[in-house]
Design a protein around this ligand. Structure first.
Ligand code: M6R
Length: 366
């Protein structure tokens, strides 16, 4: 059942190239410039006329929501807010019929997310679901939606659900951008082609596992980690830190790289590993200067870099290499080494990777 892997989590990490493909298969045909999401086609006007899109989710699904916020606003110019379902439902939120809610949930059973959409529906909002489990409570409660095709996710730490959620949300954003005319036809087709390349890129990123194991063995005994990223990769930093915390029980914080100097920089000394997502992007130079700030305080740099990178490679103590893809799609590849790093640290520490203490696969209590 674990397909020859030691843990479900590792199996699920390695399934990502195929489940990302399963998620866009039949929906996206780059050569013909076609992108069609069954659940979305009849509701496109709802999205385009919305005052704003509010995304509600918890945990890793909330991180996927943050990536979607960047993508949807960037490509469609529709305002997006991302909320923890648990906060949203209890703060008497302002919602009207002009709002569109997107609920993201792997299990489709998370109590707070379910309650959040019930509330939004009462207030007349249109509710769209991005779920993995077919027929789950959230998928039934929503007005429409798109399933991720990740297959069963058994490991408590979410991996393939996250990347397939981002795949779906990216397709939603591109489809809306096309309908709204905020993306040129050539860019649209270029992004479809780039999406089709993601499984190959993920496969390549997975091949660095041995090097990541090395890094894991060096840092398995530290007490704290910092994860930094900017732009589309800020949510990836949060997700990397969550993954490490939940399965290795090592304390980790994710931060937008530029926020470091507003506080967390005080933590940095020679024993502090700082994972920095430093791929080639519009933020590259800025991230390089963030790395310099950390090095000046003797922090250890574990950098996620693009193939062919030289500058960061020279500065970093360790690198994790990922193939190049447009920044907007990069979370789909930069996430991979961070999943592997947490997994191998947790295994080396003898943790119960698939069922970490105190955690349940779906949180059906409030
Ligand atoms: O099933 P859901 O996507 O609604 O679950 C949300 C969170 O409980 C979940 O992502 C949790 O944070 C994971 N254990 C993270 O790996």
């Amino acid at each position: 059942e674990k397909g020859g892997y030691d843990h479900f989590m590792l199996k699920e990490i390695h399934e990502q190239p195929s489940v990302i493909k399963d998620t866009y298969r039949g929906r996206l045909h780059a050569d013909d410039g076609i992108l069609r999401l069954g659940g979305l086609e009849n509701h496109i006007e709802k999205f385009l006329n919305a005052d704003r899109i509010i995304i509600v989710a918890c945990g890793t699904s909330w991180h996927a929501g943050l990536v979607a916020e960047y993508f949807i606003e960037d490509f469609t110019r529709i305002p997006v807010e991302v909320e923890y379902a648990s906060e949203f439902r209890y703060r008497n939120p302002i919602i009207s019929e002009k709002d569109v809610i997107i609920a993201i949930s792997q299990s489709g059973e998370t109590a707070d997310t379910l309650a959040a959409i019930k509330l939004a529906k009462q207030k007349g909002a249109f509710v769209y679901g991005v779920c993995n489990v077919v027929g789950s409570s959230i998928s039934r409660e929503t007005d429409s939606g798109t399933y991720t095709h990740a297959g069963p996710e058994i490991g408590v730490a979410s991996t393939k659900a996250f990347t397939t959620q981002i795949t779906v949300l990216t397709m939603i954003a591109l489809r809306l951008a096309k309908a709204k005319g905020t993306i040129s036809h050539s860019d649209f087709v270029r992004y479809l082609h780039e999406l089709e390349l993601i499984p190959t890129h993920v496969e390549k990123a997975l091949q660095t596992e041995d090097e990541i194991k090395e890094i894991a063995s060096v840092f398995m005994n530290v007490r704290n980690f910092l994860y930094l990223g900017r732009g589309y990769n800020f949510p990836v930093a949060l997700e990397g830190a969550l993954k490490l915390k939940e399965i290795s029980y090592i304390h980790a914080e994710g931060y937008p790289a530029a926020e470091m100097k507003h506080g967390p920089i005080a933590l940095i000394d020679e024993s502090m590993p700082v994972v920095v997502i430093a791929i080639k992007s519009d933020h590259y130079e800025k991230v390089v200067s963030n790395i310099q700030e950390i090095k000046a305080r003797k922090g250890k740099i574990l950098a996620v870099v693009s193939e062919g990178d030289k500058t960061v490679r020279e500065m970093a103590d360790y690198v994790m290499v990922v193939p190049h893809t447009p920044e907007a799609l990069s979370p789909l590849v930069t996430t991979i080494p961070l999943q592997l790093l947490s997994y191998h640290i947790a295994v080396m520490l003898g943790r119960n990777v698939d069922q970490p203490r105190n955690l349940a696969k779906s949180v059906t209590v409030e």
